[in-house]
Design a protein around this ligand. Structure first.
Ligand SMILES: Nc1ncnc2c1ncn2[C@@H]1O[C@H](COP(=O)(O)OP(=O)(O)O)[C@@H](O)[C@H]1O
Ligand SMILES: [Mg+2]
Length: 391
């Protein structure tokens, strides 16, 4: 497999999906990956892109693509295992075992993972429910075990959301609503057909076979619905991108409002605009805006720090949340591998590029910090050997 004879010492390896890799092979990398590679012009790291399949675990070498700034082209090379890894792509089921072996090898070498863990929907919700400062932002959420759980939640709430414990892009999300005529309605967004599906049932227990078929034995949770803020009769929720910067501090790269398509149960695949614009549309006074922003910032930093307390330090976390019609903040989910789609849509290329720059500069900061610690370790060792301390 490894036929390129050029050896390089890798500093920042970016793990991408097979699809992203194929695009690189065709010399058509995804726009956002290209921007990440270009951001490196300011950091000068040895940055390359790879997939699980391009890792030679026996030789501990990786075939990767890098962007050559001397002639502005993509090239392949063979890299040693990188000192830092940024995960930007899913690992599919049949590659999971191979990926785990690779991670074990990396851990032995003390590789720094910029986003060290995935943040599963239920894992996070379950953990946050024990974190006091986060309680006001949480929705009632239970893990589905049997139909009784559904009946119980439907009795308490007029509308609920069923959500896979993992999954993305709203693929595992179903909205269940009790209608005024006491019938029940299920709504979900079909990805392959790109349309909203609507199902009606006279009785609640009639929904169960549909749910069984939808989740195919996969675990999911039942959550009370947020009474989402609306703009022109479209539901709106929010996505915040928080990142660590070049000196390791957490900062907010952008908060975007996402407006759903007509009748859609999810707000993804829709248009996005800055938070300020949402406040203007809702006609908030400047005082209200200021107060709301402070509350949101406080909420976001708390989510970030509490997540890190359990899962380790992250270069960035994409936080999904919402405002209710009476402007209460509600937490939806955390994303450890944010694609930053809404950030680009709402805040433009410059903001996206700054976010990409944060990733490489933070990797650089970590490497410098690690080198510093190692140097310091050596110095104290020398001192002891010198016997200076004992004289
Ligand atoms: N409890 C809820 N109430 C209202 N809308 C919700 C709720 N949970 C999820 N949604 C909607 O569904 C979308 C997808 O849910 P999310 O939990 O973020 O799953 P995914 O991992 O698929 O992105 C959210 O962005 C939001 O628009
Ligand atoms: Mg989401």
């Amino acid at each position: 497999m490894l036929n390129v004879q050029k050896y390089l010492t890798g500093h920042l390896g970016v793990l991408v999906s097979n699809r992203a890799w194929r695009a690189l092979c065709k010399n058509k990398p995804h726009y956002r990956l290209k921007q990440l590679a270009k951001a490196n012009a300011n950091a000068n790291l040895n940055l390359f892109f790879f997939t699980v399949n391009t890792v030679d675990k026996k030789k501990k070498l990786i075939k990767g693509y890098y962007f050559d700034f001397t002639d502005n082209s993509w090239k392949t090379a063979i890299f040693s295992y990188p000192a830092t890894i940024y995960r930007r792509g899913g690992v599919c089921k049949k590659e999971r075992k191979s990926y785990r072996t690779f991670v074990r090898q990396c851990n032995k070498k003390k590789t720094l993972f910029l986003n060290p863990s995935s943040l599963g929907n239920w894992d996070i919700y379950n953990y946050f429910s024990s974190v006091k400062p986060l309680k006001p932002y949480l929705l009632q959420t239970i893990l589905y075990e049997d139909p009784e759980d559904l009946f119980y939640m439907m009795k308490k709430h007029k509308t609920i959301y069923l959500k896979g414990v993992t999954g993305r892009k709203g693929q595992n999300v179903v909205r269940v609503e009790r209608l005024p005529d006491n019938q029940y309605q299920c709504k979900y967004y079909d990805h392959t057909k790109r349309k909203v599906h609507l199902l009606r049932y006279k009785k609640l227990d009639q929904i169960v076979p549909f749910i069984d078929k939808f989740y195919k034995g996969k675990k999911f949770m039942v959550q009370e619905a947020i009474d989402l803020l609306e703009v022109n009769h479209r539901r709106v929720d929010l996505r915040a991108e928080l990142q660590r910067n070049k000196i390791g501090e957490i900062e907010i790269s952008g908060v975007s409002a996402r407006k759903s398509k007509k009748d859609s149960p999810i707000t993804i695949h829709a248009n996005a605009f800055p938070l300020d614009e949402l406040f203007d549309l809702k006609k908030l006074s400047s005082e209200e805006k200021f107060k709301m922003k402070q509350q949101i910032e406080n909420f976001l930093y708390t989510v970030y720090k509490k997540t890190e307390d359990k899962y380790g330090q992250f270069v960035e976390i994409g936080i999904d949340f919402a405002l209710t019609k009476d402007f209460q903040i509600k937490f939806i989910e955390c994303n450890s591998q944010s694609a930053k789609v809404s950030l680009l849509k709402a805040h433009g290329k410059n903001t996206l590029n700054k976010a990409m720059l944060n990733i490489v500069l933070y990797a650089k900061y970590l490497l410098a910090e690690k080198a510093g610690v190692e140097r310091k370790g050596k110095l104290t060792l020398v001192r002891k050997e010198d016997g200076v301390v004992n004289i």
